[in-house]
Design a protein around this ligand. Sequence first.
Ligand SMILES: CC(C)(COP(=O)(O)OP(=O)(O)OC[C@H]1O[C@@H](n2cnc3c(N)ncnc32)[C@H](O)[C@@H]1OP(=O)(O)O)[C@@H](O)C(=O)NCCC(=O)NCCS
Length: 432
Amino acid sequence: MTNETAPKTARLSLGDQEIELPVMVGAEGEMAIDIRKLRAQTGAVTFDPGLGNTGACTSNITFLDGEKGILRHAGYPIEELANQSSFLEVMWLLLHQELPLKTELDSFTHDITHHTMMHEDLKRLFASLPKAGHPMAVCAAAVGALSTFYQKEGPKTPEQNWIDAIRLLAKMPTIAAYCYKHSIGQPLMYPRNDLSYAANLLYMMFGTPCEAYEPNPVTARALDLLLILHADHEQNCSTSTVRTVGSSGANLFSSVSAGISALWGPLHGGANQAVIEMLMSIRDGERSAREFMELAKQKDSGVRLMGFGHRVYKNYDPRAKILKSACDDVLGQLGKRDPLLDIAQELEQIALEDSYFVERKLYPNVDFYSGIIYKALGIPTDMFTVFFAIGRMPGWISQWLEFQADPDKRITRPRQIYTGATPRSYQKVEGR
Ligand SMILES: CC(C)(COP(=O)(O)OP(=O)(O)OC[C@H]1O[C@@H](n2cnc3c(N)ncnc32)[C@H](O)[C@@H]1OP(=O)(O)O)[C@@H](O)C(=O)NCCC(=O)NCCS
C-alpha cells in the first residue's frame, strides 16, 4: 500500500452515527487508522488489551514484518548488519538512523570507550545488595541509581541527553560485570580502554587482578554478534515501557531502569534463561523432549515451549535463523559440543511438524538459540538476560530520544473499560 493507493479515510458506523477517520500509511506500506479524535467524536474508545493492534507512535528506527520474517534497522537488513557491521556501528545507526562516516565512528568509539568507568561511590550500592539477588534486579537498581550521579533540576537539553546516552551505553558493560563479580564475591575489575566493547566486557566478567586475562577473539566476535541481534526490536514490552516512563518527563536513566525490569520477565528477555533451564531439565531426564512438547500444548499445564512464539513474528524470527547457524559455528570454533543444541534442534523439529505449533504459527524466537551461545561463551545462566539488556540498550536509548524529539508526543495514559460496581452508598463498618 502506498499513500496514493491507500484509502484516505476509514468509515465507522456506531449506532446512527457515521464518522470518517484518517488513514496513515507507513514507509513500508503498513496502514493505520488514526483514532485520535474518536472519543471526542463518538464518546467511544478502542479496546485492545496487550496493544497488539495499536500503533502508539511513529518511528524511523526499526521496521519489522512479522508475516514475512523481516527485520531492518533504518532500512538495513539485520542479516547484513549481523554479517558485516559491529555493535558500536549499529548503536550509531539506531541513534542517527544513518551509518556513520569513518570519522564519526572513530569519535563515537572514543567517546564510548572513555566513559566506561563508574563513579567509585556506586560500588557501595552493589555491596549493599544480597549476593544471591538476581543480577537483573541489581542491574535495574544500578542503572536507576546513575540518575543520582548525573542529575539536573528540570528537563535536560538535547546535548545533555546525548551525554547521558553515551554514559549509559559505555557504563552498561561495567555495571553488568559488577553485577556478576558481586554475586561471586570477586573484586570488581576496572574497564580496559585498549579493548573492544565486547572484549572489554569479557575482560571485566572473567578477569581477576591476580593474573593476566586476554579475551578470546572468537568469543568477543560471537558476543558482538549477539549484541547486534538484540539491539532494537521496535515497540516491544521493554521499549514501550521506556517510552511510557519517558513520556512523563522522567530522565533517561530512570526510564531505562524501568525497561530493564520489563525485560526481566520470562515472557520477554527472561525467556533466554528459561530456555536453557528447559533444555537442561530435558537433558537431565526430568522428561523427554516429546513429553515436554505434549505438556506445552496443554493449556492448564502452565508449561510453554520457551523461546517459541512471538507477538509479531508469525514466521521464523530472522534473528533466530542467524543464531541457529552461529551456534554451529561458535561451538565448532570454540571446540565445545553441547548436547543442549541437539535437544533444541529436536524440539524445533517436533514443533515444526506438530499441528499445534504450525497452526498457531509458533516458530523459534531470538531466545531459543541465544542461550546456547551464551553458555558456550561461559556466561552464567542468570546473566543471560543482563546480556540481552546490554544489547537492547541502544534501542531503548534511541527510542527514548526519538520520543523526546517527537512534536506529537503526549504522556502515555490509556483509557479503560470500567467493569466494577456501579454507584452505591458507604456504610459504616458496624452496619455492614
Ligand atoms: C512470546 C509470547 C509471549 C507471545 O504471546 P502472544 O502474542 O500474547 O501470543 P499468545 O500467548 O496469545 O499465543 C497464541 C497461541 O499460541 C499458544 N502459544 C504461544 N506461545 C506458546 C509457547 N511458547 N508454547 C506453547 N503454546 C504457545 C498460546 O497458548 C495461544 O494458544 P491459543 O490460541 O490456543 O489460546 C508467547 O509466544 C510466549 O509465551 N512464548 C514463550 C516465551 C518466549 O519465548 N518469550 C520470548 C519472546 S521474544
